[in-house]
Write a protein that binds this ligand. Structure first.
Ligand SMILES: N[C@H](CCC[C@H](N)C(=O)O)C(=O)O
Length: 281
């Protein structure tokens, strides 16, 4: 079966985008893994499926699958690429698009300069699915494993993030500690592990070991979670420039009960089609 796709990237976090509005194919986990494979498939960190809306209150639904085949709740860089995709494909003429995800409705807006701003909704600090409780509202919990101690802030942007402050991201133990945190039993649905270096009160550098994908060049929800954690810990003031290995995002958050706003680029790399092996199930 030949599958048309669009390859996109947001700060080097890359995506295979499938149009299930005019098409109808939604991949199973084995097919996601094949399409995401950088040697035998197209290659991507996540696969995005754009679908017709499930209700009249939204314009589209958008589903997100990690390279490991798992479907997840949210993707920040993917939301910007989604908005660019539906606009360039002529599926909408709106500048502000309401799209349903597994964790609720978000609203990407295309800016005049080609960047995309996304209202990422309200952050949560002690999501029920992560059994971290603390009497302080800043959910900071020492997490000991392999003899190392991490002080972690747990923040949900719909998807779970475990963020810590490091002295220098370039030498942070992302490869060693990222998988340990991702798969730690304290996170029953696993977690994205963020490592942030405070540059000043309006700037950080960030690396993220992503759940289901490994370290990516940028993580949009990870940038939102890091800024929320930094502001709650009294280390940052809104807005914050987030420098990732793939480029820069701007994140604004005015405090509890207000949404996180993320602004950054979204780029179409190429379009193509690929023959899907019949035996993937
Ligand atoms: N790996 C994430 C999903 C993709 C998030 C990231 N690519 C972003 O831009 O937010 C998770 O399992 O929750």
């Amino acid at each position: 079966m030949k599958i048309p796709f669009t390859k996109m990237q947001g700060l080097g976090n890359d995506f295979v985008v499938l149009d299930a509005v005019t098409g109808s194919f939604v991949p199973n986990p084995a097919q996601v893994r094949f399409l995401a494979d950088r040697h035998f498939g197209v290659g991507c960190d996540q696969l995005l499926v754009v679908e017709k809306p499930g209700s009249p209150e939204v314009d589209f639904r958008y589903r997100i699958f990690n390279a490991d085949g798992g479907e997840v709740e949210q993707c920040g860089n993917g939301a910007r690429c989604f908005a660019r995709f539906v606009t360039d494909a002529g599926l909408t003429d709106k500048r502000e698009i309401r799209v349903e995800t597994r964790c609720g409705v978000i609203a990407p807006r295309l800016e005049a300069d080609g960047q995309v701003t996304v209202d990422m909704g309200l952050p949560r600090f002690a999501p029920a699915e992560i059994p971290f409780v603390s009497d302080s509202d800043a959910v900071i919990q020492p997490l000991a494993a392999a003899g190392r101690e991490w002080m972690i802030s747990v923040v949900s942007m719909g998807n779970p993030h475990a963020v810590q402050v490091v002295g220098a991201v370039d030498s942070a133990p992302v490869a060693e500690d990222g998988p340990l945190i991702e798969n730690h039993p304290r996170f029953p649905r696993r977690v994205n592990a963020g490592f942030m270096e405070i540059v000043d009160r309006h700037a950080i550098r960030l690396r993220v070991h992503e759940r289901g994908a490994g370290e990516t060049l940028a993580c949009g929800t990870g940038a939102c979670a890091a800024v929320v954690a930094g502001i709650r810990r009294g280390l940052l003031d809104t807005p914050v420039r987030v420098s990732t290995r793939g480029g820069e995002l701007s994140i604004a958050w005015s405090g509890p009960d207000t949404p996180v706003l993320m602004t950054g680029p979204a780029v179409t790399v190429f379009q193509g089609e690929i023959e899907l092996p019949e035996d993937l199930s």
